[in-house]
Design a protein around this ligand. Structure first.
Ligand code: UT7
Length: 325
């Protein structure tokens, strides 16, 4: 088995900034409610860019940061629940956009946990020797599946993408990844697909392709499952909570991060937050924040990080990473 390092990070978000106050044009809400209940101040919303455009932007930055050429990439995995098309995959569109024609490309659907799942796939491919250089992306254009008349969801989400380049290495990098799913929670957070409609089936009512969420239950689920996955992750490695420099959680709600910190008795300062600027970009939150931490000089060689995601499915997962970039 090989060691697997994160060699480069990148992110890309639409230019258009939508502040909380602007949302009161669509729904009965205000900045005070959104800021105090979620920590969100503004989010980026597409002016026409689709998920592949965001993913390509993030990929280009990660490739440059890793100091590699696109033809060295032999695997592209995109985590998204808002692909441009049912087919081809967003990963194939990225391949064309960055001209990485030596890669095998596919998408992964695990909602807001998508980046952790995709990272795990890349980790296993590189670790086993099947892949040498993998491009792993989390990208979502949530604005196209949001019901802009539903204040329970439309204030929470934004659009954006983040990417990492993984490479075979002699030094430690990704140490361990823990993932889990519970399909019994399918109705807590979902977005309908296309109805079965053919000459042999009676037509059903057209389902609106909007995201639906039971916020309270998802809040309860996330504050339960995140401590569990992190504890499991650390138990499988030889590290303890005190060894970890930063916890980078999926940015869904600042109050979720505070509740997890309190439950696990960890200083909230160790939890990196950028939700105020981007809202919840689903599969994009973790790699966007990782890129920000990297560019901001927060990460030093040998630092230990825990990344943790949770979301629709239900799904969850966490990764223990030693920063050796
Ligand atoms: O990435 C996917 C994972 N998603 C999440 O992790 C989201 C998890 N859930 C949450 O973050 C929180 O549950 C929410 C932010 C969605 C909601 O916060 P809450 O503190 O659970 O609020 P609530 O749903 O209990 O609503 C409280 C009140 C309600 O009014 P009444 O019934 O008390 O009169 C809501 O109708 O706030 C009202 N409300 C709003 N008011 C102004 C709900 N949304 C809004 C809004 N603006 N946007």
């Amino acid at each position: 088995m090989y060691e697997v390092q994160i060699m480069g990070t990148g992110s890309f978000v639409p230019e258009q900034i939508i502040k909380n106050d602007c949302l009161s044009n669509f729904v009965d809400t205000n900045d005070e409610w959104i800021s105090s209940r979620t920590g969100i101040k503004e989010r980026r919303i597409s002016s026409g860019e689709n998920t592949s455009d965001l993913a390509i932007g993030a990929a280009k930055e990660a490739i440059e940061d890793a100091n590699i050429t696109a033809d060295e990439i032999d695997l592209i995995v995109v985590a998204t629940t808002t692909p441009d098309f049912f087919m081809p995959s967003t990963a194939c569109l990225v391949q064309k956009g960055i001209e990485a024609y030596n890669a095998t490309c596919f998408d992964i659907s695990a909602a807001c946990t998508g980046f952790i799942y995709a990272l795990n796939v890349g980790f296993q491919f590189v670790r086993s020797g099947q892949s040498k250089t993998a491009l792993i992306i989390g990208a979502d254009t949530n604005s196209k599946i949001i019901d802009w008349s539903d204040r329970n969801t439309c204030v929470l989400f934004g659009d954006g993408a983040g990417a990492v380049v993984l490479r075979r290495s002699d030094e430690k990098g990704i140490i361990h990844i823990d993932t889990g799913s519970d399909g019994r929670g399918d109705e807590l957070l979902f977005c309908p697909g296309v109805n079965v409609k053919n000459p042999f089936v009676e037509e059903l009512d057209e389902k609106k392709q909007f995201m639906h969420m039971n916020g309270k239950e998802v809040f309860r689920f996330s504050t339960t499952v995140v401590p569990q996955t992190i504890e499991k992750l650390l138990k499988k490695s030889s590290y303890s909570i005190d060894d970890i420099k930063y916890f980078l959680l999926h940015q869904a709600n600042a109050r979720i991060m505070e509740a997890v910190a309190k439950k696990m008795n960890i200083d909230t300062k160790k939890f990196y937050k950028n939700i105020h600027n981007y809202g919840n970009t689903s599969a994009g939150t973790i790699p966007i924040a990782l890129n920000e931490m990297d560019k901001g000089g927060l990460l030093k060689k040998k630092d230990l990080l825990v990344l943790a995601g949770f979301g629709g499915g239900l799904t969850w997962g966490s990764a223990l990473v030693q920063w050796n970039k």
